[in-house]
Design a protein around this ligand. Structure first.
Ligand SMILES: Nc1nc2c(c(=O)[nH]1)N[C@H]1C(S)=C(S)[C@@H](COP(=O)(O)O)O[C@H]1N2
Ligand SMILES: [Mo]
Length: 252
């Protein structure tokens, strides 16, 4: 099965399993608190809303589990990606000196940052697990700039509610709410296990979001857009994975 049909297959199974109705009442409470994920009512409906709302009400500030360095995986699995394209190959051949991260949308100071600038910003490090919805995991030490630092620097406007983040692979984009964007473990990771982030793992830069599943950890990151509404992006569900039927909120 190719990636798309495998995703449809998993999603259909999940939708059938999530067919409970007793959670609809709880979803009303979530709505009252403004805790409706952008993909609510598509395939998962009240169940997804409840998961997101419960996590946000109970665990907004909770930390993903961190591990001792001795538990770093010796053979981490890089999920193979489709061809990265000519532009990527050109940038890579030049050592990524021309790589840029654009920060735009609801910010007072839009910016275009080089990798050298990003590498000069303060970093944070954590040893955390990344897990794919397809069942495999690995533990690595990640170092990068807290996303909160980039948002402060750009002057995120108070009405911004989501950060949309994109890859040089134009079919890979995702978004998170401000609780995750400002969370101290959410990094623009540019180092892994003490070295520059290897290309198979998303180098030169990826989003590391240890509180959510692997697919939210977009590799080859080149754009951050702050917004108060996700309707104008793709199908309006908050990411390329939700467009395939995956949950927008993939908290673990
Ligand atoms: N740009 C891009 N980001 C991506 C992917 C991808 O194919 N392209 N795969 C996602 C999926 S499904 C997972 S599980 C993780 C895998 O991370 P890894 O390659 O470090 O194992 O990256 C995510 N980020
Ligand atoms: Mo994945």
């Amino acid at each position: 099965m190719n990636n798309v049909s495998r995703r449809k297959f998993i999603t259909t199974g999940l939708a059938v399993a999530a067919g409970a109705s007793g959670i609809a009442a709880a979803a009303k409470i979530a709505q009252h608190h403004g805790l409706i994920p952008p993909d609510a009512g598509v395939l998962y409906g009240p169940g997804e809303t409840l998961t997101y709302a419960a996590q946000r009400l109970l665990t907004r500030h909770s930390m993903a589990r961190e591990f001792p360095r001795s538990e770093v995986s010796t053979n981490p699995f890089a999920n193979p990606v489709d061809s990265l394209g000519d532009e990527f190959n050109r940038l890579q051949a030049a050592g990524f000196v021309d790589w840029r991260l654009t920060v735009d949308g609801m910010v007072a100071r839009p910016a275009t940052l080089s990798l050298a600038e990003i590498r000069s910003f303060p970093t944070s490090t954590h040893v955390t697990m990344i897990g794919c919805e397809e069942g495999w995991t690995y533990i690595a030490e990640w170092t990068g700039v807290p996303l909160s630092y980039i948002l402060d620097r750009a002057g995120a406007l108070p009405q911004a509610r989501y950060v949309v983040y994109r890859s040089i692979q134009s079919d890979w984009w995702e978004s998170i709410d401000m609780a995750d964007a400002l969370h101290p473990q959410t990094l623009l990771a540019h180092r892994m296990n003490g070295n520059a982030l290897p290309v198979p793992f998303g180098g030169p830069m990826r989003l590391r979001l240890p509180r959510q599943l692997g697919y939210k950890n977009v590799k080859y990151l080149n754009q951050l857009t702050l917004t108060d509404n996700l309707k104008a992006f793709g199908k309006g569900l908050g990411g390329s994975d939700p467009d395939y039927g995956y949950a927008w909120y993939a908290g673990i």
